[in-house]
Ligand binder design. Structure first.
Ligand code: AMP
Length: 282
């Protein structure tokens, strides 16, 4: 991958990278189109497909995470992607780790502030896995531009911070969330939502709509009050459980006591056995 990308650079092409875990949907494809826009017709777009074991906790869905490389490649060919980079676990973590600690791999990239809130509370080792694998992908693909989705807002913020802190020569672009017609944010994990769970999953969208509406009625509302209202709405669905809802400053992720326009809302909800996340600026 490095040999190829160095040649692209020598030939004067800009290189764009879209990191994914595969099982692609329109959300991923929107990032691919953004990458193409950034590097131009003569540029090169690489999509990485890698379900990274180090960002999953042992009890999480690493082994059953949906995978379909053939279908993904067909979709990306249609989009005019130049290369799909789909390494094996053994290539990324020598000694072939799958979830546990690989014996021949012992260096991690750890962001120490932004990773502690929200997703980091529920998934303590998650962002260490994410920053480590994204740093590896940046070193492997050597992109000029990398595109991430707002769907994972905290992740994108942490990666921006990592790039700044560690001087990666990469421009990070964060693209809007693509949704289904009923407002559910597209996600590979939506595949798990069977029967009525798929309908119940729209409660994340409804919770954000309710917060927008509340802010329209009064310009400033206490976060505590909005959190309580959100919990009530989420738990009105029989199979939904609120993991967290947070209201925070978008740059620093610092929680606010009073919610007003421009504050960002993020929430995680378990629907059946599937953990879904979403976020939006209010
Ligand atoms: P994943 O394959 O879920 O790890 O996601 C790969 C990239 O796609 C990440 O940067 C995500 O934020 C982004 N992404 C996932 N879902 C969406 C969506 N519905 N809209 C836009 N970007 C998304």
């Amino acid at each position: 991958m490095q040999r190829l990308t160095k040649k692209w650079h020598r030939d004067g092409a800009h290189v764009g990278l879209v990191p994914t875990m595969g099982y692609l949907h329109e959300g991923h494809l929107s990032l691919v189109r953004e990458a193409r826009k950034r590097v131009g017709k003569k540029g090169k777009v690489t999509v990485s497909i890698y379900v990274n074991p180090t960002q999953f906790a042992p009890a999480e869905d690493f082994s059953k995470y949906p995978r379909d490389l053939k279908r993904d490649c067909a979709m990306l060919r249609k989009e005019g992607v130049d290369v799909v980079f789909a390494p094996t676990d053994g290539e990324m973590y020598p000694a072939g780790s799958t979830g546990g600690e690989a014996t021949l791999f012992s260096t991690y990239v750890v962001e120490e502030k932004l990773s502690k809130a929200m997703e980091g509370v529920s998934r303590p080792a998650h962002f260490r896995g994410v920053t480590t694998v994204v740093a590896k992908l940046f070193n492997l693909v050597l992109p000029d531009v990398a595109v991430f989705g707002q769907k994972d807002f905290q992740q994108a913020t942490i990666i921006r911070r990592m790039v700044r802190d560690l001087n990666f020569p990469v421009r990070v672009i964060v693209a809007p969330t693509v949704r289904e017609a009923d407002g559910l944010a597209m996600s590979s994990r939506n595949k798990y939502l069977e029967g009525d769970l798929r309908r119940q999953a729209t409660v994340l969208r409804r919770a954000m709509d309710a917060a927008h509406a509340a802010l329209k009625r009064s310009k400033k509302i206490s976060a505590a009050r909005l959190k309580a209202d959100t919990r009530k709405l989420i738990e009105s669905e029989p199979d939904a459980r609120l993991d967290y809802v947070e209201f925070f400053e978008p740059e620093t992720l610092a929680p606010v006591a009073d919610v007003s326009t421009g504050v960002r809302m993020a929430l995680a909800v378990v629907v059946g056995k599937t953990r879904l996340i979403d976020n939006e600026t209010l």
